[in-house]
Design a protein around this ligand. Structure first.
Ligand SMILES: Nc1nc2c(c(=O)[nH]1)N[C@H]1C(S)=C(S)[C@@H](COP(=O)(O)OP(=O)(O)OC[C@H]3O[C@@H](n4cnc5c(=O)[nH]c(N)nc54)[C@H](O)[C@@H]3O)O[C@H]1N2
Ligand SMILES: Nc1nc2c(c(=O)[nH]1)N[C@H]1C(S)=C(S)[C@@H](COP(=O)(O)OP(=O)(O)OC[C@H]3O[C@@H](n4cnc5c(=O)[nH]c(N)nc54)[C@H](O)[C@@H]3O)O[C@H]1N2
Ligand code: SF4
Ligand SMILES: [Mo]
Length: 753
């Protein structure tokens, strides 16, 4: 669409790409400005709901600090350059490292927003393949990789993640998630408050297990504090009760390993685990009975259960409880999606090998997990000299200096690189270290489709968002930047127009793959002809069109068909298309080597031993947990004034009894120490946190020099990840630990600040 030169108001409907909830927006524009943003009441999924961040997409778009030109750093100074010069420099810098040290010497770090746009989802695999480095890192290993690993082991695909069928359940047992603030994760469902209230209205029950009485916990019918990092004990106690009290109720037709699970959990009677997790044995038994007896029940765990030392065990135990109580793949339990495009379910194709441990990190010898290495290893791989040392880094949409464990070490390590390239919209704590900084456009300057989140959604949804504003003259779209980067690291020359060449190549490859499937409706078709039929579009939209047309609801290029194409979605469903509630998907989606659900993967059963050994540990230390805020989005939206209003949010929440113990009053400055580092932070006394627990938000610490975040710098806060120890990980998946970090606290200033 052309930017209007008149004063006419244009109305655009699209989804918000900022978090997993995919809310529908109604955006009013005049010329190049946004004049209004509201929730799209006609969006069949979000029905007008927006959180405060969605209303501020206009500010992100208009932010003068947002990067708009490629830049090359010369010493401490930045020089604006043409795209051509920028890519030449990338080619020179990375080429020289690859030439001297090989491809593994170039690491990649992919941050969270990559899964929130088409460019990242569609073209990243090609870039990573072209680069050919084993040193792949991403935000996944400080977030959900334990869930992906258990999905891969149990169901055969890392994206076959069981999703809470929240709108039809009668019992929602939530551990380590705060969906009223995060708006839901691995559970795409806009307006969680409404959905949870509806659950209660129909007589259902919400139970929240969290060391903090969060807003979600306050809405709950029951909230129980838990000692951070001990959910695995609670979960295994529940599972043990289910077996011991003969509450297991599941057909074994598609399951392997039920008996192995029973044996593995046998020693963990609720009485054995109660003290460890801080929840009474009779309560644990009651939970087990309730989950078993309510017809439609869900056990759901997120961030808080994933980023702790038993991350993978938690993920597994949750899926096992849902399975043995008959709530897996069942209405009102946890279910699998059937997305319209690029389904990531295995679809019955049996895997030969599980993507785990096929190679190891050089220094700590951590196993690879799903093709990547844990972010906790990145700094040491840069800093440890020797063969295979990382010399260069490409960061795309990530801010590991603030988001990854041991922020100080990350700064030191990144500072030692020979060369660094960043694709980002801001000059921030991480990208300030880049040699070449490539600007990513604003969300309103690109079309959008949530390829990732419709895979994780509580209903099957398809919603395409057209571009709101044309890119300014000379600016590249992010997919074009990715393809230029791909060309820069390829051995092969791809001519003067690498973007068209590689884009055509990617599209043709997809078509060929589909046509070569014997059971495809396109098996008889000529790939060239299909390619020509897609010629009205290019880039991610052309590929999305192909993915929709060949997806579960696609038209397969049959003009008579009622099926989906991108044009159809765009023209007939501007507010999005609701493809209905989730439906049973087993056995079709299973792709384990056995073709069955593997309930007792060896890797996980073996880790149960750790629970036995750790039972004896009884250190009483203050434990740090993380929290989110509705107006933050990890580290990167603190430059929006409207979202940082309301006073300092970067505070240490502490229970009154602990505050008294450490002589702290509200507003005092506390010194918080861990084995990794030390920070100073203002105190906020509240009995919302459990005694023995302190809570900090992450994503702050915008006081560093050389960044361009004028509002962020005023509200700098501190980087809580200076306290997270990169050596403390979930030993199975290597996932970082942000919850249950031992710390000590003391009063630094007796003066109220
Ligand atoms: N202590 C603690 N640490 C945590 C967590 C926690 O709970 N506690 N949470 C963890 C989790 S779950 C996550 S996912 C990670 C997040 O870790 P990261 O992904 O590393 O951090 P973000 O703050 O999301 O950084 C996003 C970056 O992308 C840029 N960006 C935004 N939009 C775009 C775009 O469209 N294109 C490009 N190229 N760049 C863009 C932003 O400017 C920013 O630099 O943090 C983890 N760290
Ligand atoms: N507003 C906002 N929304 C966001 C984000 C954001 O930064 N801001 N980030 C997005 C991202 S990247 C993600 S991954 C999702 C995450 O979304 P959620 O998974 O909902 O994560 P959090 O909101 O961090 O909630 C984690 C909860 O776990 C609790 N917890 C800590 N330790 C433990 C423990 O040992 N056991 C138990 N049972 N609970 C524990 C914490 O107190 C906290 O309440 O949110 C996304 N949405
Ligand atoms: S909850 Fe907020 S940030 Fe998330 S998609 Fe909706 S409006 Fe955007
Ligand atoms: Mo995340």
């Amino acid at each position: 669409m052309k930017t209007e030169e008149t004063d006419k108001i244009n109305v655009h409907y699209r989804t918000c790409p900022l978090c997993e909830a995919t809310c529908g927006l109604e955006i009013h524009t005049k010329r190049n400005e946004v004049v209004d943003i509201k929730g799209d009441k006609q969006d069949p999924f979000s029905r007008g709901y927006l959180c405060p961040k969605g209303y501020r997409l206009d500010k992100l778009y208009a932010d003068p600090d947002r990067m708009r030109k490629p830049m090359i750093r010369v010493g401490e100074k930045w020089r604006e350059v043409s795209w051509g010069e920028a890519f030449e420099e990338v080619k020179r810098g990375l080429g020289s490292i690859i030439g001297q040290h090989g491809r593994d010497a170039v690491a990649t770090y992919l941050g969270n927003p990559n899964v929130h746009h088409l460019a990242g989802m569609i073209y990243m695999p090609m870039f990573l393949r072209a680069l050919g480095s084993k040193n792949r890192y991403s935000a996944s290993t400080m977030d959900q990789i334990p869930k992906q690993l258990t999905a891969e082991l149990m169901f055969g695909s890392d994206f076959s993640i069981p999703i809470p069928d929240i709108d039809r359940t009668d019992y929602f047992f939530v551990l380590g998630a705060n969906p009223l603030v995060s708006n839901g994760s691995l559970m795409t469902a806009p307006n969680m408050r409404k959905r949870l209230k509806e659950l209660q209205k129909r007589g259902g029950k919400l139970v929240v297990i969290d060391p903090v009485k969060t807003v979600t916990a306050k809405l709950a019918d029951e909230h129980h504090f838990i000692i951070p990092g001990t959910d695995a004990y609670l979960l295994i106690g529940i599972l043990q009760t289910l077996f011991a009290e003969k509450l297991v109720n599941v057909s074994e037709e598609h399951i392997n390993g039920l008996e192995d699970v029973r044996k593995a959990v046998e020693p963990f009677e609720p009485e054995v685990v109660a003290a460890k997790c801080g929840i009474e044995a009779r309560t644990i038994r009651r939970f087990a009975r309730e989950i078993a007896k309510v017809k439609r029940a869900i056990v759901y765990g997120r961030m808080g259960t994933s980023t702790q030392v038993y991350g993978t065990l938690n993920s597994w135990l949750i899926d096992v409880i849902n399975t043995v109580t008959g709530n897996l793949d069942s209405e009102g339990g946890v279910m699998f999606t059937n997305p319209a495009a690029a389904s990531k379910h295995g679809g019955g194709k049996r895997k030969k090998e599980i993507r785990f441990g096929r190679f190891h990190s050089r220094v700590r010898k951590r196993p690879e997990v799903l093709g990547e290495l844990p972010i906790s290893c990145l700094a040491e791989e840069i800093q440890t000299k020797g063969d295979g040392q990382i010399k260069a880094l490409v960061t795309i949409a990530g801010n590991p200096v603030l988001s990854a464990p041991n922020g100080e070490k990350m700064i030191e390590a990144i500072g030692q690189l020979d060369f660094m390239v960043s694709v980002d919209c801001y000059l921030n704590e991480t990208t300030r270290h880049a040699n070449v900084l490539l600007p990513a456009p604003s969300a309103l300057e690109r079309s959008h489709y949530d390829l990732s989140f419709y895979q994780l959604s509580v209903r099957n949804i398809a919603h395409f968002s057209k571009t709101v504003f044309e890119l300014p003259e000379g600016q590249l779209d992010e997919w074009e930047v990715l393809l230029h980067l791909t060309a820069a690291v390829m051995d092969q020359e791809v001519g003067d127009d690498p973007v068209s060449y590689l884009d055509d190549f990617a599209c043709k490859q997809l078509i060929n793959k589909e046509c070569s499937k014997v059971d495809s409706p396109l098996a008889e078709k000529d790939p060239k002809e299909l390619f020509n039929q897609l010629s009205q579009r290019r880039g991610p939209e052309r590929i999305l069109d192909f993915l929709l047309r060949t997806g579960e609801y696609g038209d397969f290029f049959d003009e008579q068909s009622e099926g989906l194409s991108l044009s159809k979605l765009e023209e007939e469903h501007p507010h999005g298309l609701d493809l209905g509630p989730l439906k049973p998907r087993i056995p079709q989606i299973l792709s384990t080597p056995s073709g069955k659900i593997e309930l007792a993967p060896k890797l996980l059963v073996a880790d149960v031993e750790r629970l036995k050994t750790d039972l004896a540990l009884n250190e009483k230390q203050l434990l740090l947990v993380s929290r989110r805020h509705l107006q933050s989005n990890n580290s990167w939206m603190h430059n929006i004034k409207e979202l940082t209003k309301g006073g300092n949010r970067c505070t240490l929440q502490i229970h009154p009894a602990d505050a008294a113990r450490y002589h702290l009053s509200n507003g005092h400055l506390a010194e918080v120490k861990s084995v990794a580092g030390m920070i100073e932070v203002a105190v906020d006394i509240t009995d919302d946190v459990m005694e023995g627990v302190v809570s900090l938000p992450h994503g702050w610490g915008h006081h560093l020099t050389g960044i361009q975040l004028s509002n962020g710098q005023k509200q700098a806060g501190v980087n809580s990840n200076r306290l997270s120890d990169e050596r403390l990980v979930d030993p199975v998946s290597g996932n970082a630990v942000f919850n249950g970090i031992p710390v000590s606290v003391s009063c630094l200033s007796p003066y109220v600040i």
